[in-house]
Write a protein of this length. Structure first.
Length: 213
């Protein structure tokens, strides 16, 4: 990808998903900047990132169980996750959001947790916001295809494949949005088109290891 690492792009897109579905214009530095940023006149504050588990003693590409401390939601990622954390206003309240992402030689993968009940953020709206946010944040174009409803351990979920253009690079991706009583969870994997053969395996590992208490 151009201008940003894949991990940072994952974090920024995760932030913008919530911002767009909340009806706000995202700031491109909302979750990356050390100081407060503004989106459409509303403050978006970068917060101290929670520490994922386990300690960084494993090889960089080993499967690392990464846990979101506030929710207990976890997944195995191919290395120690980079974490972005922040908060946004939604329906007059402050909603926390955290993104855990890992860049690999073949792409990037990770998951995000939004502290909002699923019935307050319809998954179809979250997917639409995600796609729209890609262009709003200067990421080129992104389209979703093969959208279908499914379930994950009894939780409502929405799956889609993604195709995007970032500068001169063509990207392929998979996304799954899951809602429970207290959170919306996003699982996301992106690869350059030439590495598309790795996409399914990377995304399957993420989904198979995802645990929602």
């Amino acid at each position: 990808m151009t201008h940003r690492s894949r991990t940072q792009r994952l974090a920024l897109l995760s932030a913008s998903t919530a911002l767009v579905t909340a009806g706000l214009l995202p700031s491109t530095t909302a979750f990356a900047a050390p100081a407060p940023a503004a989106a459409a006149g509303v403050a978006v504050t970068a917060a101290a990132a929670p520490t994922p588990t386990p300690p960084p003693t494993q090889p960089s590409q080993a499967a690392v169980k990464t846990t979101d401390p506030p929710s207990g939601i976890s997944a195995e990622l191919p290395g120690k996750a980079k974490v972005r954390s922040g908060s946004i206003p939604l329906d007059g309240k402050t909603v926390g959001a955290r993104m855990y992402g890992v860049e690999t030689p073949g792409g990037a993968t990770g998951f995000a947790v939004y502290d909002v009940p699923g019935d307050r953020l319809p998954l179809e709206d979250a997917l639409k916001g995600f796609v729209n946010a890609y262009g709003l944040m200067g990421g080129g174009t992104l389209t979703s295809e093969n959208v279908r409803k499914t379930t994950v351990d009894g939780h409502p979920a929405l799956y889609a494949t993604l195709t995007g253009v970032d500068g001169t690079e063509v990207l392929a991706g998979s996304i799954r949005l899951i809602s429970d009583d207290d959170h919306v969870i996003m699982a996301l994997t992106f690869v350059p088109e030439e590495n598309e053969k790795n996409l399914n395996a990377m995304h399957k590992q993420l989904l198979d290891s995802l645990q929602i208490p």
